[in-house]
Design a protein around this ligand. Structure first.
Ligand code: IMP
Ligand code: MG
Length: 172
């Protein structure tokens, strides 16, 4: 496999999408103090940019799930590797995900969070790859729909590589 990443979405396009998402969330959460929960590791760059554009007094926490092995396919066997540090009962929770692919990871996470009885629970995903969906997922705030390609960059990895790329790229 060639691992030379090619640009799919430029940093300028990403910046514009993050600003749009922040504006949508700001409008919907006016007067609230949402808790943004990022899914590690892929969402950390998105989270950092998003909360600084949001202009709301958010709090942040992270969960780490394992779904992928070393390959490019989700195993469907999802476990919580690092759970929440924050109590979410009664909180307005906004989950930030880098990419929704089969949907298995995020639907597992939403079920896990729902059991903790937040006041509200929504999903903000930077990218969506709907062609590969296995379970239905409602994405409340979406940055981009991406084609059925393996994407990297802007925090997203392939075998821990390429997270540092400022653009969203694809590899063959
Ligand atoms: P899902 O469970 O298949 O929806 O996969 C979700 C997770 O798999 C995402 O949060 C990513 O971490 C990872 N993933 C899915 N597609 C890609 C991709 O194209 N590039 C890198 N990671 C991906
Ligand atoms: Mg992820």
């Amino acid at each position: 496999m060639s691992s030379q990443p090619k640009i799919l979405l430029t940093r300028a396009e990403i910046n514009k999408a993050v600003a749009r998402l922040a504006a949508e969330v700001r409008r919907d959460y006016r007067g609230k103090q949402p808790l943004c929960i990022g899914v590690l590791k892929g969402s950390f760059v998105f989270m950092a940019d998003f909360i600084r554009q949001l202009e709301l007094p958010v709090e942040v926490d992270f969960v780490r799930l394992s779904s992928y092995g070393a390959g490019k396919q989700t195993s469907g066997n999802i476990t919580v590797v690092q759970g929440l540090k924050t109590k979410i009962k009664g909180r307005d929770v906004l989950v930030l995900e880098d990419i929704v692919d089969t949907g298995l990871t995020v639907s597992f996470l939403l079920d896990y969070l729902r059991k903790k009885v937040p006041a509200s629970l929504r999903l903000c995903a930077l990218t969506d790859k709907p062609s590969r969906r296995q379970v239905p997922v409602t994405i409340d705030y979406l940055g981009f729909t991406v084609p059925d390609k393996f994407i990297v960059g802007y925090g997203i990895d392939w075998n821990e590589k390429f997270r540092y790329l400022p653009d969203i790229c694809f590899i063959d």
